[in-house]
Design a protein around this ligand. Structure first.
Ligand SMILES: Nc1nc2c(ncn2[C@@H]2O[C@H](COP(=O)(O)OP(=O)(O)OP(=O)(O)O)[C@@H](O)[C@H]2O)c(=O)[nH]1
Ligand SMILES: [Mg+2]
Length: 367
């Protein structure tokens, strides 16, 4: 039996991993391949899982701990996908605050599952908004040096770097970012791409088709700094139900929650790594995102749906105390609901600082 292609796409929070994976999934399906996707988060209720399922793909998830700390959860999620229909291609999205994925995920896959999977080159997406500031060592990069350490380490372990969002960048900005990446990880190939428009996407497919022994850039990593950097983030996943006496726009509600959160977090000087909401009603989906304080909130998936009832999930990763983040989210949700004359009922909220990473496996030598 042919081995399944295992593609892990890394990168910081809000870099464009889910958008890239959705585009890859469509491209492989067009080539006649069976595609399975695995998402990952520190908690349950993932916007990404619903977003990718909305595009019509089989999506498993590892929720509650990252792939590195629950490698067996990743293996189980893949086995679950295989029990439905064996995928030819597995696309996996790790948590955007994780690093050391080569030692803790790629190498275990290559050593323990070598008969099952052919592991593709490990690509890490560069997020221009925070990337430019962090790689230029600017003092007001939005995150502390410890969180910036994670960002840099993520790039350093890549087989290749994906410079995303070129649709928004001038050629000189692309060149500047490519130069910064070259300084951070000398000699590493760079794919310039827009996951949104598809520009440069063929080059990504070509790199991912390459055969060989990948995942050789094992990090020299200080787990104390890594853990402290992750713990600086407030992490929140909320699930709620919204009801109204008259139909409201699901798109307006989803976007408005993110816009109000952006405003209130800015007033508290708290840098968002990624805010995302998905509004769901009778098979329609509206997704809104914000990836940094100095970029606008966007409706990345429009539902064009008007409804009297919706389920909404809010995922927020922000440099702020998680308890305070929860207050911001509740206030933003209430205000956005009020604006469309609806009432929210919070069904579940998890808000916390990510715990210290404790990998299931860690191979310090590449095979
Ligand atoms: N303009 C533009 N927007 C993009 C591009 N790629 C992603 N985005 C947008 O950036 C936001 C974040 O994208 P995601 O794909 O959710 O990012 P992610 O890396 O999966 O985020 P996390 O899972 O939270 O770490 C969304 O609003 C996307 O639509 C791109 O190439 N160009
Ligand atoms: Mg994602």
């Amino acid at each position: 039996m042919a081995k399944a292609r295992f593609i892990l796409i890394g990168g910081f929070l809000g870099a464009g991993k889910t958008t890239t994976i959705a585009r890859l999934a469509h491209a492989y399906r067009e080539r006649g391949r069976q595609v399975g996707i695995v998402t990952n988060d520190q908690a349950t209720d993932l916007v990404d899982t619903h977003t990718l399922r909305a595009t019509g793909f089989e999506v498993g998830e590892v929720a509650g701990s990252c792939f590195c700390c629950n490698f067996n959860g990743l293996a189980d999620a893949v086995a679950q996908l295989e029990s439905h229909q064996r995928p030819d291609v597995i696309l996996a999205e790790p948590v955007g605050s994780c690093t050391d994925l080569v030692a803790t995920v790629v190498q275990p896959l290559r050593r323990l599952y070598q008969d099952q999977f052919a592991v593709a080159p490990y690509g890490v997406i560069l997020k221009p908004s925070h990337g430019r500031k962090i790689l230029k060592n600017e003092r007001h990069a939005g995150f502390s040096p410890k969180a910036a350490y994670i960002f840099q380490k993520q790039l350093q372990e890549a087989d290749f770097v994906i410079l995303n969002r070129i649709d928004e960048l001038r050629p000189d900005e692309v060149a500047e970012l490519a130069g910064l990446v070259a300084l951070e990880c000398p000699g590493v190939p760079i794919v310039r791409m827009s996951a949104k428009t598809g520009a440069g996407f063929e080059a990504l497919l070509e790199v991912l088709d390459q055969q060989g022994n990948f995942g050789g850039r094992i990090l020299d990593l200080d787990y104390d700094v890594y853990a402290a950097g992750e713990a600086e983030l407030g992490w929140l996943n909320s699930r709620l139900r919204v009801t109204a006496p008259a139909p409201f726009s699901l798109d307006d509600l989803s976007l408005n929650i993110v816009q109000r959160l952006q405003q209130s977090l800015a007033a508290s000087d708290a840098e968002p790594a990624h805010l995302k909401t998905i509004g769901m009603s009778a098979g329609s989906h509206a997704v809104a995102n914000l990836v940094s304080s100095d970029t606008p909130a966007v409706l990345s998936l429009a539902s064009h749906c008007r409804t009297c009832q919706a389920d909404v999930i809010v995922n927020a990763r922000v440099a702020i105390d998680p308890q305070v983040l929860q207050e911001h989210v509740q206030a933003a949700v209430h205000a956005a609901c009020q604006a469309v004359k609806a009432t929210p009922e919070f069904l579940q909220t998890q808000s916390f600082r990510p715990g210290r990473p404790n990998p299931t496996y860690r191979y310090a030598e590449a095979v």
